[in-house]
Ligand binder design. Structure first.
Ligand code: SF4
Length: 353
């Protein structure tokens, strides 16, 4: 039987680089972007394997919404030439409000994209000013309208919390807007590494995180992963592969993948990326092998459902201790992190590496 894989495609250019962003990206340059697309197609070809069934494709970045129409068509064509696409492939693209227009959105929907992730970040103008984003809340609202007109129903919106401009009330207003717009999925990230670390700010982040959790739960969204909320049946199939220990192929600058029990990451250096592909070599920079059972724990503890208890055979003592401390809980044969301890996730994971 052929294996099924997710396919992540990284596009590293943005119209404007945000000061808080940790992704691999740089300012958009048309010539460089065209060259990058050529090399991306070559990498897809190099890695191609018709025995691999692709059931999710995710265009992330950077700002993949900037990729021109003919280039997107070419990428999708290359994927179907070199891999086997399953019938119901989930195909997602991230798009910033300032990069979207109805014509482009209609085009994306027509050529097969069936899920869209919009980089709204907030519906509050003070938050957007703090983040120095170039779009307004009004633009986000009109783009969401266009996204629906273009035929999308599977929609995610990104939110950033932990901003000094936020309060419980403004958060409530923002999440209520998402609900009113009938958006079925939200990714909520805590702004990190910008403010000076101090206890009060950490407490504020903690407060906002749990407020977010409570507000969204009341509005009918459930948290299925640390940063991801959805109404039922709208969980991201692609992203869930990361947390369910499923295989995925990473293509593009800095892209990560997991195949045959090996985690790998492509180079983050654009010129090295070009050079390696020119030599017909895969642009992989790091490889590591984590025992499958430990990987189940490390990825699965991010989810609300948790990890089957039999994956903890090697960690009986640690498990016993974390259950006793009420950091982990057992439910129906699954181990998960107790809701109020979720912000300790990274610390907890160190016990299982
Ligand atoms: S637009 Fe998105 S990917 Fe680009 S710099 Fe800003 S946050 Fe990062």
């Amino acid at each position: 039987m052929k294996n099924s894989f997710g396919l992540y495609i990284h596009y590293p250019f943005c119209k404007r680089v945000c000061y808080y962003c940790h992704f691999t990206k740089q300012n958009f340059d048309k010539e460089l972007s065209d060259k990058y697309i050529d090399f991306l197609l070559k990498e897809l070809e190099l890695k191609g394997d018709k025995n691999k069934i692709i059931d999710t494709v995710y265009f992330g970045g950077g700002s993949p919404g900037l990729i021109e129409k003919d280039n997107i068509t070419e990428i999708l064509k290359t994927i179907s030439d070199y891999y086997t696409l399953s019938n119901n492939t989930e195909i997602t693209i991230e798009i910033n409000p300032e990069d979207a227009d109805l014509d482009k959105l209609r085009f994306l929907n027509k050529i097969g994209f069936n899920r869209i992730s919009i980089g709204t970040q907030s519906f509050n103008s003070d938050d957007l000013k703090y983040l120095k984003r170039s779009h307004s809340a009004g633009l986000s609202l009109s783009v969401i309208n266009d996204v629906k007109t273009a035929g999308f129903t599977n929609i995610n919106t990104d939110f950033i919390i932990g901003l000094p401009t936020q309060s419980k009330e403004t958060l409530f207003h923002g999440f209520n807007t998402v609900k009113d717009l009938a958006i079925p999925h939200l990714s909520v990230y805590v702004l990190e590494g910008v403010k000076e670390e101090n206890d009060n700010e950490n407490k504020l982040d903690e407060y906002l995180y749990f407020q977010t959790d409570a507000i969204l739960k009341n509005l009918g969204y459930f948290r299925y992963e640390v940063s991801n909320y959805s109404v039922s049946n709208y969980e991201s199939i692609h992203n869930s592969k990361y947390w369910k220990n499923k295989e995925y192929i990473g293509v593009g600058l800095s892209a990560s993948g997991y195949e045959n029990g090996i985690d790998y990451k492509n180079t983050e250096n654009l010129y090295e990326y070009f050079e390696l592909i020119k030599e017909k070599k895969l642009p992989i920079k790091e490889k590591s092998q984590i025992i499958k059972m430990d990987r189940h724990i490390i990825t699965g503890l991010r989810t609300s459902k948790g990890v089957k208890i039999n994956h903890f055979k090697k960690h009986q003592e640690t498990l016993k201790m974390l259950l006793k401390e009420q950091i982990l809980i057992e439910r129906n044969g699954y181990i998960s992190i107790k809701n109020n301890k979720i912000l300790l996730l990274n610390e907890i994971l160190t016990y299982f590496r």
